[in-house]
Design a protein around this ligand. Structure first.
Ligand SMILES: Nc1ncnc2c1ncn2[C@@H]1O[C@H](COP(=O)(O)OP(=O)(O)O)[C@@H](O)[C@H]1O
Ligand SMILES: [Mg+2]
Length: 571
């Protein structure tokens, strides 16, 4: 039998590799800028024409290459960055596969000029993978790679290129990602002669984020600093109230290397829990630091993905890092300086644990049993200050650095939400048996909702019994506050559930808890006793995320003293 297996000629192998590494102009830009940064460049200039379809040029002031190295660099698996398989573990350069230059050169008209600072420079010309020219070059130290007519010899690939606008955006994105990865390097991107991005060398990480993502977005970000087990995480995340459904930016790095990972982004979102409106997508940039053995960076030809040895651990770390950053944010909210933190602690001391059974809640909101109830453990000096209810909706009080305004409904909603979440996963809420059961008429959809949420409804304290036709009888109800209208709450809650009004919650229980909390909370327009206001505030500051209600809106607003002084011309 004649031999049927043959080793592919290099040119063919390179073209096959190019299929994996060089997908579109953005991948060429990525590989070339990575090479420049690996070569220690302090300034990299990228130029594109027609979305990179006709021209991509990347110039750097890095180490450059001697002539022999330059020619060798075009060979497959030619790399100066690793020498053995062992070097792959913990490789710190972007490149290490030695594939990019030959792959790019095999599908374009390629030129490379370089000078390593000794002797004369070198210029190479390659067309479709064939080395056509080696000549002297007069230039400064560094390297310039010029890629023209990408995919000229692979028409099938060329056909898959998208519009100039779309290719330009993808290339811009690639440059932006690398700019974020290397704040110390200066980068410029020029598109058809116009400068699209220019960041100076030697920026701090924060300056770089502001330069690449814009000052407006940067102003909505708060720092993340986390370390536990094998993971260290730093970076920034967006304040919950500033997140929007569209236009988000996300960027992940592991040991300085950018990568994509939808699951880790989702883990970060889980860290926001109920602080964020269901449809909103927070921007974030997280740098994970793990020991090199914990992560395999060589699982994707373009190195866009990585593999964690402990994936669950990575997701948990990201979620916790976000959660920690947000709770730090809570105590940093400018309500009378550190006052919230202080009150938060006071409240915790008064009522250990933030998830309180609704029985206790009912007590709190019940009218005072006796007048001598002050001086109890729940009486914190901070809340001894007079509280004022305005418009039967807001609670006002004086803090060291300003006037604090709390929305009573939002605040109670947040308190109930956390209490209910603990009941849904733990013990049932104590319910109050009704002497006269309530009878309610519901629609078919509402009856379905009662049925499908039966267990959750029971756990928050409703005992609902179907009574033939569309009638439901309530034998027992929860008692979240004294003016609680159980029939109305039940009706509104099942209507919300039936209409899917609280849609978008990832978790069914969270959705139920938010619906119940919204409907059971004291409403705007209800008059509260001073004691009730005080208790509500104590409860609020004992929750995990006091400044946000379950819709991601604010529960607390402050009027800084400074602002008052400015308006009255005192400063
Ligand atoms: N801009 C550059 N400046 C200096 N050396 C470079 C540059 N680009 C490529 N090289 C050299 O060429 C080699 C091959 O590059 P490449 O094909 O991208 O593989 P890799 O980056 O995986 O090593 C690199 O290892 C490096 O030594
Ligand atoms: Mg490379």
């Amino acid at each position: 039998m004649p031999r049927r297996i043959a080793i592919l000629p290099d040119a063919v192998a390179d073209q096959i590799a190019a299929g994996e590494v060089v997908e579109r102009p953005a991948s060429v830009v990525k590989e070339l800028v990575e090479n420049a940064l690996d070569a220690g460049a302090t300034h990299v200039r990228v130029e594109l024409e027609h979305g990179g379809k006709t021209l991509i040029q990347v110039s750097d002031d890095g180490t450059g290459m001697g002539r022999e190295d330059a020619v060798l660099a075009l060979d497959r698996h030619a790399t100066s960055k690793v020498r053995s398989a062992g070097d792959l573990v913990g490789v710190v350069t972007f490149g290490f596969r030695g594939e990019a230059l030959p792959a790019i050169a095999s599908v374009s008209r390629f030129a490379l000029s370089t000078h390593d600072g000794e002797g004369t420079g070198t210029e190479l010309g390659v067309s479709g993978g064939r080395l056509e020219r080696v000549a002297d070059a007069v230039r400064q130290r560094g390297t310039t790679v010029t890629v023209r007519s990408l995919f000229f010899n692979t028409p099938a690939r060329r056909k898959f290129l998208r519009s100039v606008g779309s290719e330009t955006r993808a290339a811009h994105e690639a440059v932006a990602t690398l700019a974020l990865a290397h704040p110390e390097a200066g980068l410029e991107l020029h598109v058809d002669g116009t400068c699209r991005l220019a960041v100076p060398a030697d920026q701090t990480a924060d300056e770089r984020i502001a330069a690449v993502w814009g000052r407006e977005l940067a102003a909505t970000l708060v720092p993340v600093r986390y370390a536990a087990g094998a993971f260290r995480i730093t970076g920034v995340i967006q304040r919950p109230g500033d997140a929007r459904p569209t236009g988000r930016r996300t960027q992940l790095f592991v040991n300085g290397r950018p990568f994509r990972d939808a699951f880790l982004v989702r883990a970060a979102e889980a860290g926001y829990r109920s602080a964020i409106h269901p449809g909103d997508r927070p921007s974030l940039l997280l740098r994970l630091e793990v020991s090199p053995g914990e992560v395999d960076v060589n699982v994707h030809p373009a190195k866009l993905e990585v593999r964690f040895r402990d994936r669950i651990g990575a997701e948990r770390a990201v979620e916790e890092a976000v959660r920690d950053a947000l709770s730090a944010l809570v105590s940093a909210v400018p309500i009378g300086g550190g006052a919230v933190g202080q009150w938060g602690r006071g409240a915790e001391a008064a009522a250990p644990g933030s998830m309180l059974p609704p029985g206790a809640m009912a007590d709190l909101f019940a009218p005072a049993q006796s007048d001598g109830d002050t001086g109890s453990a729940t009486e914190q000096p901070a809340f001894a200050a007079p509280l004022l209810q305005v418009f039967d909706t807001y609670i006002l009080y004086e803090a060291p650095e300003g006037i604090v305004i709390v929305d009573q409904h939002s605040a109670h909603e947040r308190v109930l939400y956390e209490a209910v979440m603990s009941q849904l996963v733990g013990s049932d809420a104590p319910a109050q048996r009704l002497l006269l059961p309530l009878t309610l008429e519901l629609t078919d959809e509402e009856l379905d909702a009662v049925e499908s949420h039966g267990e959750a409804i029971r756990r928050v304290g409703f005992e609902a019994e179907p009574f033939g036709g569309r009638t439901v009888v309530l034998h027992a109800v929860p008692a979240p506050h004294p003016r609680f209208d159980a029939g109305r709450c039940f009706r509104e809650m099942v209507a919300d559930l039936a209409r899917g009004r609280f849609g978008g919650w990832a978790n069914r229980l969270e959705r139920f808890a938010a619906t119940y909390a919204c409907r059971a909370a004291v409403k705007a327009g209800e008059r509260l006793e001073p004691r009730e206001m005080r208790e509500l505030l104590l409860r609020l500051f004992a929750t995990d995320l006091p400044p946000h209600d379950v819709h991601g809106r604010s529960t607390i607003v402050q009027l800084p003293r400074e602002e008052l002084e400015r308006r009255f011309g005192r400063r």
